[in-house]
Ligand binder design. Structure first.
Ligand code: SF4
Length: 938
């Protein structure tokens, strides 16, 4: 018998083009195999610094992304009422002329009447540049409803946070502790890191109410009560301080723990750091016993110093911190019940952190010199690292919880040291290296500076002369002063209410606000379609750009169809959040590895076109002639500062890095190099980046900043104290009286824990259960909804119910439940899950779809049994009886408090489909075929 001949390795392509994946935001390198001009296969690029050849399920499914029937095909103009989904296809010229005719008068009369918000796009340095030149203060991306608490707490504490800002030292870490990490974020890089860690016998501790994904492979899982992570972390700090297991040497040298806090009662400086005439914080030098600026050469700061001046004793930050965290309210016994974690377990985890950080400390034989001129012969390693994401961030106490986590890792001396958490260039960047927010708009003028930034004091708030909010989302106001990413979740409701003012045009990109990106989804649909007494839409014009027929499409007046990620130019720039690794600066591009087969254009190129039609500065020269043909042209020729452009690699004659003249061949050089550029950090500069003179010089050379700027980690966040001082009556800019107590309570310069605000706004006995969402590993946001392969993994989403609630309700497989919040109710299928906090239910986010969207059949599981938790969450908290409606946000940053949700659950008769059900949308692309076939022949 002869064995059948099986070709186990058929030739799948006649050409391979290397670009950057965009199936999630990790930005792995991919090799796209093309056969007869069509995408036949996608594999990981082994040379790429991010994934080193690894490809995930999402990445390989990119082939179905470019074949998806839901792709929009041409620009669309609404013909029926909003929400009807009735459109006519128009030409690009007509579409761009229409957009220009709407936007030009707005810019010339009142540019703030344009609200331009983008979703999880990766070109924010470009889109913000466009919006700034348009002149509107109303620009932001999706961070306000994602993880701004994490990012902002990181910047204010240590100059960066997790994921795109930094990573564990995977080669040396031995204990890795994760908080609130869902498995869609930081996908391949963290999986590869976990593989390395586990291969070395390292340990993972997962803290998350839900045991899925990375928490499922953790060696130890802490199923914490939602919203109590900050209290748990405070208790870990309590135990570590009591045991003396903190890194005193690290704290004294590299943090503001030794800085002295002004204790003069009632003074306008009370609670601020004591500074010299040059504004430098002062410490006591242990050698001389004198007050010295923190950064003076040779100074050895004293953590335990006190100084008497004018009859007042001033203590160090460290003493204030110890006073707070050593108090009994943070003992394991005191927090145990609220957190749902036994006291012994809290002590054991603290002991494990201390054991690995201190008993397994090690040294790298690498000398380095710090910013005080002190040479260190070795680099001391502490092999404990942390990672956290949205689970601890999307609460109304998320900012202070994230602060507490950053402070915990600093107390262990495990940030920017071997084995610990390391920043990825261009981070770390302290608050001082970031802009402040700008909001002053004038007709026919650019805005006075970048929209988003980091406030230092009330002087930086985005308020008009009369004290009213300058921005439509009320970012950077007394309600949420540190809202560094804006508040996208408030834009539509504020615009609808005309509070603080009415707008003319809402311009959205990649943000599915009529469905899974909004709280109060039905309410948002009503706001988008609501008309005033004259019969005009309350939000007069809506322009939307998306590549797919998402739910939001039906609610726009003009659709500018985007390409898929394989059909476009993109720039993953050091001016944004690039693809750097801790050991290297790196950026990347995308380029059209295939040409669109539809009449669509990359959104950024469309903005370039609109910019020149509108004659925006930065897009036209003095004679009004367009500066850039398209986005590719901008990527090469735009200079943000002399010699600094969107791409850092292959500048000048092709050999210059970071700074250099424009190189017309730059894109081809990137393509030849696999669509990325990488520059390694010198060995001497690889750790201790904020304080390492060699790193600072290297960073200046690459153009991250113009002069070395070493700084101290901020255990004590002075900008927050400045807001408290205002609330206490100091200064010219004063908060309204009803916000004074909130500012005093929540803008604490030391981490503080308070219960999620919804807990105080609803009757928790009536709504005793916490309800959460997470995104699965195989989907990123809603980006995989139309992907035929990924839908097979997650086409439906039950409500997962823990054993206790399952048994109490007598649930059986196939049952349905009614879930009720103070805002609404849903009826959905349930499934039992044992690895779940006993008072928490949860589901996958953004799987449920509205009928008619995404070219899915009306009976697709996403539209029949799939559902959204969003219907239960409101952008405002329930009335408190004070005549005010408070935003459902973190009062420090304005982050949407998705995970504060309280519900009650009861068994329900199975309806025909999940409730609420909405009528089918009419889609401009119709329905997809039953099968999509493509055969690759060798
Ligand atoms: S991790 Fe993200 S970027 Fe990397 S292959 Fe998967 S989807 Fe693509």
């Amino acid at each position: 018998m002869t064995a059948p001949v099986v070709d186990t390795s058929p030739k799948v392509s006649d050409e391979i083009r290397k670009t950057t994946c965009y199936m999630c935001a990790c930005r792995c390198g991919i090799n796209v195999h093309l056969k007869d001009g069509k995408v036949a296969y996608i594999e990981g690029n082994r040379d790429h610094p991010v994934n080193k050849g690894v490809l995930c399920a999402k990445g390989s499914s990119g082939i179905m992304q470019v074949n998806a029937p839901s792709r929009l095909r041409a620009p669309l103009k609404r013909t029926g009422p909003r929400g009807s989904g009735e459109f006519e296809e128009i030409s690009w010229d007509e579409a761009l002329e229409l957009a220009t005719s709407w936007l030009e008068p707005v810019r010339k009369s009142a540019p703030e009447k344009l609200a331009f918000f983008t979703g999880r796009d990766q070109s924010q340095s470009f889109t913000s540049f466009w919006a700034q030149n348009f002149g509107t203060p109303n620009y932001a991306a999706h961070g306000g409803f994602c993880s701004v608490n994490m990012a902002t707490a990181g910047i204010y504490t240590m100059g960066g946070a997790f994921w795109e800002f930094g990573q564990p030292d995977w080669d040396h870490t031995k204990l890795f502790m994760i908080f609130g990490v869902a498995e869609d974020h930081d996908s391949n890089p963290i999986k590869m890191g976990l593989g390395k860690l586990k291969a070395r016998g390292g340990k993972v501790i997962g803290v998350n109410p839900i045991r899925s994904g990375y928490n499922a492979i953790a060696d130890e899982w802490v199923g914490i009560t939602p919203g109590t992570d900050g209290l748990f972390i405070a208790s870990l700090i309590h135990v570590l301080l009591k045991a003396g297991k903190v890194d005193l040497s690290y704290l004294a040298q590299f943090t503001n723990a030794s800085c002295l806090v002004n204790a003069t009662p009632g003074s306008s400086d009370e609670g601020l750091l004591i500074r010299n005439d040059d504004g430098k914080p002062l410490v006591i030098d242990r050698t001389s016993g004198t007050l010295q600026p923190f950064d003076k050469q040779g100074v050895k700061p004293d953590l335990a110093a006190q100084v008497d001046m004018d009859g007042v004793t001033h203590k160090t930050v460290f003493q204030h911190l110890a006073d707070r965290f050593l108090s009994d309210e943070h003992s394991p016994e005191a927090v145990s019940e609220q957190c749902g974690v036994r006291p012994g377990r809290i002590r054991a985890i603290a002991a494990e952190l201390a054991r690995v950080a201190f008993d397994e400390a090690f040294e790298l034989d690498q000398p380095w010199t710090d910013f005080r001129g002190t040479r260190h012969e070795k680099m001391l390693g502490r092999p404990v690292s942390f990672h956290a994401m949205r689970g601890i961030s999307a609460h109304s106490n998320g900012f202070q919880t994230c602060r507490a986590l950053h402070v915990l890792q600093i107390l262990l001396g495990t940030v920017e040291v071997p084995g610990g958490f390391r920043f990825k260039p261009p981070y770390p960047k302290p608050v001082e290296a970031h802009p402040t927010p700008h909001c002053h708009s004038k007709p026919d003028c650019p805005l006075d500076g970048p929209h988003l930034g980091f406030v230092r004091s009330p002087a930086d708030l985005a308020l008009k002369e009369d004290g009213t909010p300058a921005r439509i989302d009320k970012a950077f106001t007394w309600e949420n002063p540190l809202s560094a990413h804006g508040l996208m979740h408030m834009v539509i409701s504020n615009a609808h209410a005309g509070d603080p003012y009415k707008i003319d045009t809402l311009f959205l990109y990649m943000a599915n606000m009529a469905w899974n990106s909004s709280m109060n989804t039905r309410g948002v649909m009503d706001m988008l379609t609501d008309k005033d007494e004259n019969g005009d839409y309350v939000i007069p014009r809506i322009i939307y750009s998306d590549a797919y027929s998402s739910e939001m499409v039906a609610y726009a007046d003009l659709i500018l169809p985007d390409t898929t990620y394989l059909e476009r130019h993109d720039c993953i720039s050091l001016l944004d959040r690039p693809i750097c690794e801790a050991d290297a600066a790196a950026d990347a591009i995308r380029w059209p590895v295939i040409e669109p087969d539809r009449d669509v254009r990359g959104f950024q190129s469309v903005l370039v076109d609109l910019g020149s039609r509108l004659k925006l500065p930065g897009f036209v020269d003095d004679n009004g002639v367009a500066l850039y043909e398209d986005y590719a042209d901008y990527m090469v020729n735009h200079q943000r500062r002399p010699g600094i452009g969107p791409l850092a690699g292959f500048r000048g004659n092709g050999t210059q890095t970071g700074r250099g003249d424009v190189n017309p061949d730059q894109l081809q050089r990137y393509i030849d190099n696999g669509s990325f550029f990488v520059e390694h950090v010198p060995e001497e500069a690889s750790y201790y980046k904020p304080w390492n003179a060699a790193y600072q010089d290297w960073a200046v050379g690459l153009g991250f900043y113009d002069a070395p700027q070493p700084y101290l980690f901020q255990l004590y966040a002075e900008p927050l104290r400045r807001f408290q001082l205002a609330a206490e009556g100091h200064g010219d800019r004063q908060p309204p009286d009803h916000l004074r107590q909130q500012i005093k309570d929540y803008l604490d310069p030391l981490p503080v824990w308070y219960p999620p605000i919804e807990d105080g706004a609803v009757d928790t006995e009536a709504y005793p259960v916490h309800a959460l969402t997470q995104r699965p590993m195989a989907m990123y946001h809603s980006w995989g909804s139309q992907n035929a392969w990924l839908r097979q993994i997650h086409g439906r989403n039950p409500l997962y119910v823990p054993t206790k609630i399952w048994q109490e309700n007598g649930f059986k497989d196939g049952d349905w439940a009614r879930l009720t919040s103070v805002h609404g109710e849903i009826t959905v299928p349930v499934a039992h899950m044992a690895g779940l906090n006993e008072n928490t239910v949860w589901t996958w986010n953004a799987i449920g779809k509205r009928k008619g969207a995404w070219a899915l059949d009306d009976d697709a599981p996403e539209a029949t049994s799939g559902f959204l938790l969003n219907h239960l969450i409101h952008e405002l908290l329930p009335p408190k009886g004070d005549g005010l409606r408070w935003s459902n946000s973190d009062p420090v940053t304005g982050q949407a408090a998705w995970f504060d949700l309280r519900v009650r659950i009861e068994k329900a008769t199975a309806p025909a489909e999940s409730q609420p059900a909405f009528g089918p949308l009419k889609s401009p692309v119709g329905k997809g075929p039953a099968t999509v076939q493509q055969k690759v022949t060798s």
